[in-house]
Design a protein around this ligand. Sequence first.
Ligand code: ADP
Ligand code: TPW
Ligand code: MG
Length: 579
Amino acid sequence: MSAVAQVIDVNAAVEAEQELTDGFHLVIDALKLNGIETIYGVPGIPITDLGRMAQAEGIRVVSFRHEQNAGNAAAIAGFLTKKPGVCLTVSAPGFLNGLTALANATTNCFPMILISGSSEREIVDLQQGDYEEMDQLAIAKPLCKAAFRVLHAADIGIGVARAIRAAVSGRPGGVYLDLPAKLFSQVMDAAEGEKSLVKVIDAAPEQLPSPAAIKRALDVLKSAKKPLIILGKGAAYAQADEEIRSLIETSGIPFLPMSMAKGILPDTHPLSAGAARSTVLKDSDVVLLIGARLNWLLSHGKGKTWGDAPKKFIQVDIEPKEMDSNVEIAAPLVGDIGSVVAALNQGIKSGWQAPPSEWTEAINARKEVNISKMTQRLLKNSSPMDFHSALGALKQVIKERPDAILVNEGANTLDLARGVIDMYQPRKRLDVGTWGVMGIGMGFAVGAAVETGKPVLAVEGDSAFGFSGMEVETICRYNLPVTVVIFNNNGIYRGTDTDPTGRDPGTTVFVPDSRYDKMMEAFGGVGYHVTTPDELKRAVDEAMDSGKPTLINAVIDPAAGSESGNIGSLNPQSVVKKK
Ligand code: ADP
Ligand code: TPW
Ligand code: MG
Protein backbone atom coordinates (compact mmCIF):
# COMPACT_ATOMS: atom_id res chain seq x y z
CA MET A 1 0.00 0.00 0.00
CA SER A 2 1.27 3.49 -0.75
CA ALA A 3 1.89 5.90 2.09
CA VAL A 4 -1.02 8.03 0.99
CA ALA A 5 -3.40 5.14 0.73
CA GLN A 6 -2.54 4.13 4.29
CA VAL A 7 -4.12 7.30 5.56
CA ILE A 8 -7.62 6.06 5.89
CA ASP A 9 -11.11 7.43 6.17
CA VAL A 10 -11.89 8.03 9.85
CA ASN A 11 -15.60 7.30 9.67
CA ALA A 12 -15.12 4.08 7.78
CA ALA A 13 -12.49 3.00 10.28
CA VAL A 14 -14.65 3.84 13.27
CA GLU A 15 -17.51 1.86 11.77
CA ALA A 16 -15.22 -1.10 11.34
CA GLU A 17 -14.01 -0.64 14.96
CA GLN A 18 -10.49 -0.63 13.68
CA GLU A 19 -7.77 0.51 16.08
CA LEU A 20 -6.47 3.88 14.94
CA THR A 21 -3.54 6.13 15.48
CA ASP A 22 -2.91 9.67 14.28
CA GLY A 23 -0.16 12.16 13.56
CA PHE A 24 0.06 13.30 17.19
CA HIS A 25 0.64 9.78 18.48
CA LEU A 26 2.98 8.82 15.68
CA VAL A 27 5.28 11.78 16.39
CA ILE A 28 5.35 10.90 20.08
CA ASP A 29 5.86 7.19 19.41
CA ALA A 30 8.65 7.91 16.92
CA LEU A 31 10.48 10.11 19.42
CA LYS A 32 10.06 7.60 22.23
CA LEU A 33 11.19 4.72 20.06
CA ASN A 34 14.41 6.63 19.47
CA GLY A 35 15.08 7.35 23.11
CA ILE A 36 14.02 11.00 23.16
CA GLU A 37 13.04 11.56 26.78
CA THR A 38 12.62 15.33 26.92
CA ILE A 39 11.07 18.05 24.78
CA TYR A 40 11.82 21.74 25.37
CA GLY A 41 9.30 24.17 23.94
CA VAL A 42 6.53 26.74 24.07
CA PRO A 43 2.92 25.64 23.42
CA GLY A 44 0.36 27.11 21.00
CA ILE A 45 -1.44 26.35 17.71
CA PRO A 46 -0.90 23.74 16.28
CA ILE A 47 1.28 21.90 18.80
CA THR A 48 -0.45 22.49 22.16
CA ASP A 49 -1.98 19.04 22.23
CA LEU A 50 1.24 17.45 21.02
CA GLY A 51 2.97 18.76 24.15
CA ARG A 52 0.13 17.67 26.43
CA MET A 53 -0.04 14.22 24.91
CA ALA A 54 3.74 13.79 24.97
CA GLN A 55 3.68 14.61 28.68
CA ALA A 56 0.85 12.13 29.23
CA GLU A 57 2.90 9.50 27.40
CA GLY A 58 5.83 9.96 29.78
CA ILE A 59 8.06 12.31 27.80
CA ARG A 60 9.29 15.16 30.00
CA VAL A 61 7.97 18.36 28.45
CA VAL A 62 9.65 21.51 29.72
CA SER A 63 7.71 24.64 28.81
CA PHE A 64 9.59 27.91 28.53
CA ARG A 65 8.63 31.57 28.27
CA HIS A 66 10.41 32.13 24.96
CA GLU A 67 11.38 29.66 22.22
CA GLN A 68 14.97 30.84 21.93
CA ASN A 69 15.60 29.67 25.47
CA ALA A 70 13.85 26.35 24.87
CA GLY A 71 16.02 25.95 21.77
CA ASN A 72 19.16 26.70 23.73
CA ALA A 73 18.16 24.12 26.33
CA ALA A 74 17.70 21.55 23.55
CA ALA A 75 21.04 22.47 22.00
CA ILE A 76 22.96 22.03 25.22
CA ALA A 77 21.10 18.79 25.92
CA GLY A 78 22.52 17.62 22.59
CA PHE A 79 26.04 18.66 23.55
CA LEU A 80 25.83 16.95 26.94
CA THR A 81 24.24 13.67 25.84
CA LYS A 82 25.24 13.11 22.18
CA LYS A 83 21.52 12.65 21.47
CA PRO A 84 19.68 15.40 19.62
CA GLY A 85 17.92 17.80 21.96
CA VAL A 86 14.37 18.47 20.78
CA CYS A 87 12.72 21.90 20.72
CA LEU A 88 9.04 22.24 19.87
CA THR A 89 7.50 25.51 18.69
CA VAL A 90 4.44 26.98 17.03
CA SER A 91 4.50 28.36 13.50
CA ALA A 92 6.05 31.58 12.09
CA PRO A 93 6.99 33.74 15.13
CA GLY A 94 7.60 30.79 17.44
CA PHE A 95 9.57 29.07 14.72
CA LEU A 96 11.68 32.19 14.13
CA ASN A 97 12.34 32.54 17.85
CA GLY A 98 13.56 28.96 17.93
CA LEU A 99 15.56 29.36 14.75
CA THR A 100 18.22 31.52 16.41
CA ALA A 101 18.98 28.66 18.75
CA LEU A 102 18.98 26.17 15.86
CA ALA A 103 21.46 28.28 13.90
CA ASN A 104 23.61 28.71 16.99
CA ALA A 105 23.54 24.94 17.63
CA THR A 106 24.63 24.31 14.05
CA THR A 107 27.46 26.83 14.35
CA ASN A 108 28.64 25.11 17.52
CA CYS A 109 28.21 21.55 16.16
CA PHE A 110 25.58 20.64 18.77
CA PRO A 111 22.95 18.12 17.66
CA MET A 112 19.40 19.39 18.01
CA ILE A 113 16.07 19.13 16.24
CA LEU A 114 13.70 22.07 15.98
CA ILE A 115 10.21 20.74 15.41
CA SER A 116 7.77 23.47 14.43
CA GLY A 117 4.13 23.28 13.56
CA SER A 118 3.32 25.13 10.34
CA SER A 119 0.32 26.44 8.45
CA GLU A 120 -1.40 24.78 5.53
CA ARG A 121 0.89 24.29 2.55
CA GLU A 122 -1.82 25.09 0.02
CA ILE A 123 -2.41 28.50 1.58
CA VAL A 124 1.23 29.27 2.33
CA ASP A 125 2.35 28.47 -1.20
CA LEU A 126 -0.33 30.69 -2.73
CA GLN A 127 0.49 33.35 -0.12
CA GLN A 128 -3.16 33.70 0.81
CA GLY A 129 -2.50 34.90 4.33
CA ASP A 130 -3.02 31.92 6.62
CA TYR A 131 -2.77 32.22 10.40
CA GLU A 132 0.98 32.58 11.07
CA GLU A 133 1.78 31.98 7.43
CA MET A 134 5.43 31.43 6.55
CA ASP A 135 7.46 29.16 4.29
CA GLN A 136 9.37 27.86 7.29
CA LEU A 137 11.21 25.06 5.51
CA ALA A 138 12.77 27.45 3.01
CA ILE A 139 13.80 29.86 5.73
CA ALA A 140 15.31 27.18 7.95
CA LYS A 141 17.32 25.48 5.20
CA PRO A 142 20.33 27.80 4.95
CA LEU A 143 20.58 28.08 8.73
CA CYS A 144 20.87 24.44 9.68
CA LYS A 145 22.44 21.17 8.68
CA ALA A 146 19.29 19.63 7.19
CA ALA A 147 15.60 20.47 6.94
CA PHE A 148 12.69 18.10 6.30
CA ARG A 149 8.91 18.35 6.02
CA VAL A 150 6.47 15.53 6.64
CA LEU A 151 3.13 15.68 4.82
CA HIS A 152 1.76 12.19 5.46
CA ALA A 153 1.26 10.47 8.80
CA ALA A 154 2.77 7.33 7.32
CA ASP A 155 6.04 9.24 6.78
CA ILE A 156 6.42 10.50 10.35
CA GLY A 157 8.59 7.55 11.32
CA ILE A 158 11.02 8.06 8.50
CA GLY A 159 10.99 11.86 8.96
CA VAL A 160 11.93 11.62 12.63
CA ALA A 161 14.59 9.01 11.85
CA ARG A 162 16.16 11.20 9.17
CA ALA A 163 16.16 14.17 11.51
CA ILE A 164 17.90 12.22 14.27
CA ARG A 165 20.55 10.74 11.98
CA ALA A 166 21.21 14.08 10.30
CA ALA A 167 21.66 15.79 13.67
CA VAL A 168 24.18 13.41 15.21
CA SER A 169 26.09 11.73 12.38
CA GLY A 170 29.28 13.25 10.97
CA ARG A 171 29.66 16.82 12.24
CA PRO A 172 26.69 17.26 14.58
CA GLY A 173 24.33 20.16 14.03
CA GLY A 174 20.82 21.51 13.97
CA VAL A 175 17.99 19.94 11.99
CA TYR A 176 14.62 21.47 11.23
CA LEU A 177 11.53 19.28 11.04
CA ASP A 178 8.43 20.96 9.61
CA LEU A 179 5.11 19.47 10.67
CA PRO A 180 2.05 21.14 9.08
CA ALA A 181 -1.03 21.37 11.29
CA LYS A 182 -3.05 18.99 9.17
CA LEU A 183 -0.55 16.19 9.75
CA PHE A 184 -1.41 15.85 13.42
CA SER A 185 -5.01 14.81 12.90
CA GLN A 186 -4.32 12.50 9.98
CA VAL A 187 -5.49 9.05 10.98
CA MET A 188 -4.14 5.66 10.05
CA ASP A 189 -4.45 2.09 11.14
CA ALA A 190 -2.60 1.65 14.43
CA ALA A 191 -0.75 -1.49 13.41
CA GLU A 192 0.31 0.06 10.11
CA GLY A 193 1.37 3.13 12.04
CA GLU A 194 3.55 1.12 14.36
CA LYS A 195 5.14 -0.62 11.41
CA SER A 196 5.91 2.74 9.81
CA LEU A 197 8.13 3.83 12.70
CA VAL A 198 11.90 3.61 12.29
CA LYS A 199 14.40 3.00 15.07
CA VAL A 200 17.69 4.56 14.07
CA ILE A 201 20.46 2.00 14.34
CA ASP A 202 23.95 3.31 15.08
CA ALA A 203 22.98 6.96 14.53
CA ALA A 204 26.56 8.26 14.65
CA PRO A 205 28.74 5.44 13.31
CA GLU A 206 32.43 5.35 14.20
CA GLN A 207 34.57 6.87 11.47
CA LEU A 208 38.03 5.38 11.48
CA PRO A 209 41.07 7.22 10.17
CA SER A 210 43.22 5.44 7.61
CA PRO A 211 46.45 3.86 8.90
CA ALA A 212 48.40 6.02 6.41
CA ALA A 213 46.88 9.19 7.88
CA ILE A 214 47.77 8.03 11.39
CA LYS A 215 51.35 7.27 10.38
CA ARG A 216 51.70 10.67 8.71
CA ALA A 217 50.42 12.38 11.85
CA LEU A 218 52.72 10.42 14.15
CA ASP A 219 55.72 11.24 11.96
CA VAL A 220 54.92 14.94 12.21
CA LEU A 221 54.33 14.68 15.95
CA LYS A 222 57.62 12.84 16.48
CA SER A 223 59.51 15.55 14.61
CA ALA A 224 58.34 18.18 17.13
CA LYS A 225 60.64 19.92 19.58
CA LYS A 226 57.82 22.03 21.00
CA PRO A 227 54.57 20.12 20.55
CA LEU A 228 51.19 21.33 21.76
CA ILE A 229 47.76 19.68 21.88
CA ILE A 230 44.72 21.95 21.62
CA LEU A 231 41.45 20.46 22.85
CA GLY A 232 38.21 21.97 21.55
CA LYS A 233 34.58 21.44 22.44
CA GLY A 234 34.40 18.69 19.80
CA ALA A 235 36.72 16.73 22.10
CA ALA A 236 34.39 17.34 25.03
CA TYR A 237 31.38 16.35 22.93
CA ALA A 238 33.04 13.12 21.76
CA GLN A 239 33.14 11.72 25.33
CA ALA A 240 36.51 10.10 24.61
CA ASP A 241 37.82 11.38 27.95
CA GLU A 242 40.00 8.40 28.84
CA GLU A 243 41.62 8.10 25.40
CA ILE A 244 42.43 11.81 25.44
CA ARG A 245 43.86 11.66 28.94
CA SER A 246 45.97 8.69 27.96
CA LEU A 247 47.28 10.44 24.82
CA ILE A 248 48.36 13.49 26.81
CA GLU A 249 49.82 11.66 29.78
CA THR A 250 51.62 9.02 27.73
CA SER A 251 53.05 11.49 25.23
CA GLY A 252 53.84 14.14 27.85
CA ILE A 253 52.68 16.83 25.42
CA PRO A 254 51.29 19.99 27.04
CA PHE A 255 47.65 20.76 26.28
CA LEU A 256 45.61 23.91 25.93
CA PRO A 257 41.84 23.60 26.38
CA MET A 258 39.43 25.84 24.49
CA SER A 259 36.72 27.29 26.69
CA MET A 260 34.20 24.44 26.65
CA ALA A 261 36.97 21.81 26.59
CA LYS A 262 38.16 22.90 30.01
CA GLY A 263 37.97 20.00 32.46
CA ILE A 264 38.46 17.12 30.00
CA LEU A 265 41.67 17.04 32.00
CA PRO A 266 41.68 19.26 35.10
CA ASP A 267 42.95 22.81 34.59
CA THR A 268 45.30 22.04 37.49
CA HIS A 269 46.90 19.12 35.59
CA PRO A 270 50.73 19.45 35.41
CA LEU A 271 50.55 19.32 31.59
CA SER A 272 47.91 22.05 31.30
CA ALA A 273 49.29 25.04 29.44
CA GLY A 274 46.17 27.11 30.08
CA ALA A 275 48.08 29.64 32.19
CA ALA A 276 50.76 29.99 29.49
CA ARG A 277 48.43 30.39 26.52
CA SER A 278 50.25 33.15 24.63
CA THR A 279 53.61 31.45 25.08
CA VAL A 280 52.54 28.05 23.78
CA LEU A 281 50.65 29.45 20.80
CA LYS A 282 53.63 31.60 19.83
CA ASP A 283 56.47 29.18 20.48
CA SER A 284 55.08 25.72 19.63
CA ASP A 285 56.34 24.06 16.44
CA VAL A 286 53.77 21.27 16.00
CA VAL A 287 50.14 21.70 17.03
CA LEU A 288 47.70 18.81 17.28
CA LEU A 289 44.13 20.12 17.15
CA ILE A 290 41.50 17.77 18.55
CA GLY A 291 37.93 18.91 17.91
CA ALA A 292 38.88 22.59 17.66
CA ARG A 293 38.55 24.74 14.54
CA LEU A 294 41.17 27.27 13.52
CA ASN A 295 38.54 30.03 13.50
CA TRP A 296 38.65 33.49 15.09
CA LEU A 297 38.95 31.97 18.54
CA LEU A 298 42.40 30.69 17.51
CA SER A 299 43.27 33.76 15.41
CA HIS A 300 42.81 31.66 12.25
CA GLY A 301 46.08 29.82 12.90
CA LYS A 302 48.26 32.72 11.82
CA GLY A 303 49.44 36.24 12.62
CA LYS A 304 50.94 37.74 15.76
CA THR A 305 49.29 35.30 18.15
CA TRP A 306 51.10 32.39 16.49
CA GLY A 307 54.52 34.05 16.24
CA ASP A 308 57.10 33.79 13.49
CA ALA A 309 58.40 30.26 14.06
CA PRO A 310 57.29 27.83 11.34
CA LYS A 311 54.43 25.66 12.51
CA LYS A 312 52.90 22.40 11.45
CA PHE A 313 49.31 21.51 12.20
CA ILE A 314 47.81 18.08 12.71
CA GLN A 315 44.02 18.24 12.87
CA VAL A 316 41.54 15.68 14.14
CA ASP A 317 38.02 16.40 12.94
CA ILE A 318 35.07 14.43 11.69
CA GLU A 319 34.39 17.01 8.99
CA PRO A 320 36.79 16.63 6.03
CA LYS A 321 36.03 20.14 4.76
CA GLU A 322 37.43 21.60 7.96
CA MET A 323 40.98 20.74 6.87
CA ASP A 324 42.93 23.68 5.35
CA SER A 325 40.08 26.07 6.26
CA ASN A 326 42.57 28.73 7.34
CA VAL A 327 46.10 27.36 7.00
CA GLU A 328 47.70 24.24 5.57
CA ILE A 329 47.10 21.13 7.63
CA ALA A 330 50.26 18.98 7.43
CA ALA A 331 48.50 15.88 8.72
CA PRO A 332 44.71 15.74 8.43
CA LEU A 333 43.07 13.07 10.58
CA VAL A 334 39.49 12.74 9.46
CA GLY A 335 37.43 10.55 11.75
CA ASP A 336 35.66 10.51 15.07
CA ILE A 337 37.79 11.63 17.97
CA GLY A 338 37.39 8.41 19.94
CA SER A 339 38.67 6.28 17.05
CA VAL A 340 41.41 8.67 15.96
CA VAL A 341 42.84 9.22 19.44
CA ALA A 342 42.72 5.47 20.11
CA ALA A 343 44.74 4.91 16.94
CA LEU A 344 47.26 7.60 17.97
CA ASN A 345 47.54 5.94 21.37
CA GLN A 346 48.34 2.62 19.70
CA GLY A 347 51.06 4.38 17.71
CA ILE A 348 52.80 5.93 20.72
CA LYS A 349 52.58 2.88 22.98
CA SER A 350 56.21 2.01 22.41
CA GLY A 351 59.33 3.96 21.57
CA TRP A 352 57.78 7.36 22.24
CA GLN A 353 60.11 10.10 23.46
CA ALA A 354 58.67 12.77 25.71
CA PRO A 355 59.08 16.36 24.43
CA PRO A 356 62.42 18.04 25.27
CA SER A 357 62.49 19.23 28.85
CA GLU A 358 63.47 22.78 27.80
CA TRP A 359 59.98 23.09 26.29
CA THR A 360 58.03 21.85 29.30
CA GLU A 361 60.25 23.80 31.67
CA ALA A 362 59.76 27.03 29.72
CA ILE A 363 55.99 26.50 29.89
CA ASN A 364 56.08 25.77 33.61
CA ALA A 365 58.13 28.88 34.31
CA ARG A 366 55.62 31.01 32.41
CA LYS A 367 52.71 29.33 34.20
CA GLU A 368 54.23 30.04 37.59
CA VAL A 369 54.64 33.73 36.86
CA ASN A 370 51.11 34.08 35.49
CA ILE A 371 49.46 32.06 38.25
CA SER A 372 51.16 34.05 41.00
CA LYS A 373 50.14 37.33 39.35
CA MET A 374 46.57 36.06 39.15
CA THR A 375 46.55 34.85 42.76
CA GLN A 376 47.47 38.31 43.96
CA ARG A 377 44.67 39.89 41.95
CA LEU A 378 42.13 37.41 43.27
CA LEU A 379 43.05 38.07 46.86
CA LYS A 380 42.64 41.83 46.59
CA ASN A 381 39.51 42.56 48.56
CA SER A 382 38.41 45.68 46.73
CA SER A 383 35.31 47.58 47.69
CA PRO A 384 33.15 47.72 45.69
CA MET A 385 34.08 44.31 44.29
CA ASP A 386 35.89 44.15 40.97
CA PHE A 387 35.53 41.12 38.69
CA HIS A 388 38.61 39.42 40.09
CA SER A 389 37.68 39.62 43.74
CA ALA A 390 34.21 38.25 42.99
CA LEU A 391 35.65 35.52 40.79
CA GLY A 392 38.09 34.48 43.51
CA ALA A 393 35.07 33.38 45.56
CA LEU A 394 33.50 31.47 42.64
CA LYS A 395 36.80 29.77 41.78
CA GLN A 396 36.74 28.35 45.30
CA VAL A 397 33.11 27.22 44.89
CA ILE A 398 33.91 25.12 41.79
CA LYS A 399 37.03 23.73 43.45
CA GLU A 400 34.85 22.50 46.30
CA ARG A 401 32.02 21.34 43.99
CA PRO A 402 33.76 20.05 40.86
CA ASP A 403 30.70 18.19 39.61
CA ALA A 404 28.60 21.36 39.40
CA ILE A 405 27.94 22.71 35.93
CA LEU A 406 29.12 26.24 35.22
CA VAL A 407 27.15 28.30 32.71
CA ASN A 408 28.84 31.57 31.78
CA GLU A 409 28.04 34.55 29.58
CA GLY A 410 28.77 38.26 29.40
CA ALA A 411 31.84 40.16 28.24
CA ASN A 412 34.17 40.81 31.20
CA THR A 413 32.09 38.35 33.20
CA LEU A 414 32.80 35.71 30.56
CA ASP A 415 36.40 36.36 29.67
CA LEU A 416 37.63 36.76 33.21
CA ALA A 417 35.64 33.82 34.59
CA ARG A 418 37.03 31.59 31.85
CA GLY A 419 40.56 32.47 32.92
CA VAL A 420 40.02 32.40 36.67
CA ILE A 421 37.70 29.48 37.38
CA ASP A 422 39.49 26.14 37.08
CA MET A 423 37.42 23.22 35.82
CA TYR A 424 38.04 19.68 36.97
CA GLN A 425 35.62 17.51 35.02
CA PRO A 426 34.61 17.25 31.34
CA ARG A 427 31.51 19.01 29.94
CA LYS A 428 31.04 21.14 33.05
CA ARG A 429 31.69 24.51 31.44
CA LEU A 430 28.97 25.75 29.07
CA ASP A 431 29.23 29.16 27.52
CA VAL A 432 28.65 31.50 24.58
CA GLY A 433 30.53 29.24 22.15
CA THR A 434 31.62 29.99 18.62
CA TRP A 435 29.45 33.06 18.05
CA GLY A 436 29.97 34.63 21.45
CA VAL A 437 26.20 34.92 21.59
CA MET A 438 24.40 36.52 24.53
CA GLY A 439 21.21 34.82 25.69
CA ILE A 440 22.25 31.20 26.18
CA GLY A 441 22.31 31.53 29.97
CA MET A 442 18.96 30.42 31.34
CA GLY A 443 18.28 27.99 28.47
CA PHE A 444 21.61 26.24 29.05
CA ALA A 445 21.05 26.28 32.82
CA VAL A 446 17.64 24.63 32.52
CA GLY A 447 18.85 22.13 29.91
CA ALA A 448 21.90 21.19 31.95
CA ALA A 449 19.92 20.79 35.18
CA VAL A 450 17.22 18.70 33.50
CA GLU A 451 19.63 16.45 31.58
CA THR A 452 22.20 15.83 34.31
CA GLY A 453 20.39 16.39 37.61
CA LYS A 454 23.57 18.16 38.77
CA PRO A 455 23.64 21.58 40.43
CA VAL A 456 24.14 24.46 38.00
CA LEU A 457 25.96 27.72 38.71
CA ALA A 458 25.19 30.35 36.08
CA VAL A 459 27.60 33.28 36.18
CA GLU A 460 26.01 36.07 34.18
CA GLY A 461 26.81 39.60 33.16
CA ASP A 462 23.83 41.84 33.94
CA SER A 463 23.33 42.47 30.23
CA ALA A 464 23.80 38.84 29.25
CA PHE A 465 21.23 37.74 31.83
CA GLY A 466 18.64 40.12 30.41
CA PHE A 467 18.46 38.18 27.15
CA SER A 468 16.91 35.15 28.86
CA GLY A 469 16.08 36.45 32.33
CA MET A 470 12.36 35.68 32.25
CA GLU A 471 13.23 32.00 32.43
CA VAL A 472 13.90 32.38 36.15
CA GLU A 473 10.18 31.66 36.34
CA THR A 474 10.80 28.39 34.46
CA ILE A 475 13.62 27.53 36.89
CA CYS A 476 11.26 28.13 39.82
CA ARG A 477 8.33 26.33 38.19
CA TYR A 478 10.36 23.16 37.68
CA ASN A 479 12.20 23.73 40.98
CA LEU A 480 15.61 23.22 39.38
CA PRO A 481 18.88 23.33 41.35
CA VAL A 482 20.10 26.45 39.55
CA THR A 483 22.04 29.25 41.22
CA VAL A 484 22.31 32.40 39.12
CA VAL A 485 24.99 34.92 40.02
CA ILE A 486 24.65 38.28 38.30
CA PHE A 487 27.76 40.38 38.05
CA ASN A 488 25.90 43.65 38.25
CA ASN A 489 28.11 46.48 36.98
CA ASN A 490 25.13 48.56 35.79
CA GLY A 491 25.64 47.81 32.14
CA ILE A 492 27.30 46.38 29.08
CA TYR A 493 31.08 46.25 29.76
CA ARG A 494 30.81 49.11 32.25
CA GLY A 495 28.12 51.15 33.93
CA THR A 496 29.68 54.55 33.35
CA ASP A 497 28.63 55.67 29.83
CA THR A 498 26.68 58.90 29.39
CA ASP A 499 24.77 60.50 26.52
CA PRO A 500 26.96 63.44 25.38
CA THR A 501 23.80 65.44 24.64
CA GLY A 502 22.51 64.84 28.15
CA ARG A 503 19.12 63.70 26.86
CA ASP A 504 19.08 59.95 27.54
CA PRO A 505 21.02 57.33 29.44
CA GLY A 506 24.25 56.25 27.69
CA THR A 507 23.76 53.43 25.19
CA THR A 508 25.50 50.78 27.28
CA VAL A 509 24.09 51.46 30.74
CA PHE A 510 21.07 50.13 32.64
CA VAL A 511 19.04 51.35 35.60
CA PRO A 512 21.80 51.73 38.18
CA ASP A 513 21.85 49.51 41.27
CA SER A 514 19.05 47.25 40.01
CA ARG A 515 18.00 44.42 42.30
CA TYR A 516 17.86 41.38 40.05
CA ASP A 517 17.52 39.19 43.17
CA LYS A 518 13.93 40.38 43.52
CA MET A 519 13.08 38.79 40.17
CA MET A 520 13.75 35.35 41.60
CA GLU A 521 11.80 36.15 44.74
CA ALA A 522 8.81 37.14 42.59
CA PHE A 523 8.44 33.48 41.58
CA GLY A 524 9.10 31.88 44.95
CA GLY A 525 12.85 31.42 44.58
CA VAL A 526 15.54 32.79 46.87
CA GLY A 527 17.27 36.14 46.32
CA TYR A 528 20.52 37.53 47.76
CA HIS A 529 22.11 40.92 47.40
CA VAL A 530 25.86 40.79 48.08
CA THR A 531 28.67 43.33 48.03
CA THR A 532 31.76 41.43 49.21
CA PRO A 533 33.53 38.20 48.17
CA ASP A 534 32.76 36.64 51.56
CA GLU A 535 29.05 37.39 51.24
CA LEU A 536 29.10 36.04 47.71
CA LYS A 537 30.79 32.79 48.71
CA ARG A 538 28.40 32.30 51.61
CA ALA A 539 25.33 32.97 49.46
CA VAL A 540 26.44 30.56 46.72
CA ASP A 541 27.21 27.86 49.27
CA GLU A 542 23.81 28.24 50.91
CA ALA A 543 22.09 28.18 47.53
CA MET A 544 23.92 25.12 46.29
CA ASP A 545 23.50 23.27 49.59
CA SER A 546 19.77 23.92 49.51
CA GLY A 547 19.34 23.13 45.81
CA LYS A 548 16.67 25.85 45.68
CA PRO A 549 16.35 28.18 42.68
CA THR A 550 18.42 31.18 43.72
CA LEU A 551 19.56 34.46 42.21
CA ILE A 552 22.45 36.38 43.72
CA ASN A 553 22.84 40.02 42.75
CA ALA A 554 26.58 40.65 43.11
CA VAL A 555 27.47 44.33 43.02
CA ILE A 556 30.53 45.01 40.86
CA ASP A 557 32.32 48.33 40.46
CA PRO A 558 30.72 49.96 37.36
CA ALA A 559 34.15 51.25 36.36
CA ALA A 560 35.95 47.90 36.60
CA GLY A 561 35.25 46.36 33.19
CA SER A 562 36.88 46.95 29.83
CA GLU A 563 35.14 47.47 26.48
CA SER A 564 34.15 44.09 24.97
CA GLY A 565 36.10 42.21 27.67
CA ASN A 566 39.13 40.52 26.09
CA ILE A 567 38.14 41.12 22.48
CA GLY A 568 38.03 44.91 22.38
CA SER A 569 40.46 44.82 19.45
CA LEU A 570 37.65 43.47 17.25
CA ASN A 571 35.72 46.75 17.59
CA PRO A 572 35.98 48.87 14.44
CA GLN A 573 37.29 52.35 15.17
CA SER A 574 35.97 55.54 13.58
CA VAL A 575 38.67 57.57 11.89
CA VAL A 576 36.51 60.69 11.67
CA LYS A 577 36.77 63.04 14.62
CA LYS A 578 33.69 65.24 14.97
CA LYS A 579 34.55 68.76 16.07
P1 ADP B 1 36.19 25.19 20.00
O1 ADP B 1 35.26 26.36 19.86
O2 ADP B 1 36.17 24.59 21.35
O3 ADP B 1 37.54 25.50 19.49
P2 ADP B 1 34.94 24.18 17.62
O4 ADP B 1 33.47 24.26 17.80
O5 ADP B 1 35.59 25.25 16.83
O6 ADP B 1 35.62 24.01 19.07
O7 ADP B 1 35.31 22.81 16.95
C1 ADP B 1 34.66 21.63 17.23
C2 ADP B 1 35.03 20.67 16.11
O8 ADP B 1 34.84 19.34 16.57
C3 ADP B 1 34.18 20.82 14.86
O9 ADP B 1 34.98 21.10 13.75
C4 ADP B 1 33.48 19.47 14.71
O10 ADP B 1 33.38 19.04 13.38
C5 ADP B 1 34.37 18.57 15.51
N1 ADP B 1 33.72 17.40 16.09
C6 ADP B 1 32.58 17.35 16.80
N2 ADP B 1 32.33 16.10 17.23
C7 ADP B 1 33.35 15.34 16.78
C8 ADP B 1 33.67 13.95 16.89
N3 ADP B 1 32.90 13.10 17.57
N4 ADP B 1 34.80 13.52 16.28
C9 ADP B 1 35.58 14.37 15.57
N5 ADP B 1 35.34 15.68 15.45
C10 ADP B 1 34.24 16.17 16.04
C1 TPW C 1 22.75 38.17 20.73
C2 TPW C 1 26.96 41.93 21.91
C3 TPW C 1 28.60 41.10 23.65
S1 TPW C 1 28.84 41.02 25.30
C4 TPW C 1 27.42 41.86 25.65
C5 TPW C 1 26.76 42.21 24.48
C6 TPW C 1 25.47 42.95 24.45
C7 TPW C 1 27.00 42.14 27.05
C8 TPW C 1 28.14 42.50 27.97
O1 TPW C 1 27.65 43.02 29.18
P1 TPW C 1 27.47 42.11 30.44
O2 TPW C 1 28.98 41.74 30.79
O3 TPW C 1 26.79 40.85 30.10
O4 TPW C 1 26.83 42.92 31.48
P2 TPW C 1 30.09 42.68 31.48
O5 TPW C 1 30.58 41.87 32.61
O6 TPW C 1 31.19 42.95 30.50
O7 TPW C 1 29.43 43.94 31.93
N1 TPW C 1 23.58 40.46 21.09
C9 TPW C 1 23.85 39.13 21.03
N2 TPW C 1 25.08 38.66 21.24
C10 TPW C 1 26.09 39.53 21.49
N3 TPW C 1 27.30 39.01 21.66
C11 TPW C 1 25.86 40.91 21.59
C12 TPW C 1 24.57 41.33 21.38
C13 TPW C 1 27.46 41.76 23.32
MG1 MG D 1 27.60 44.14 32.88
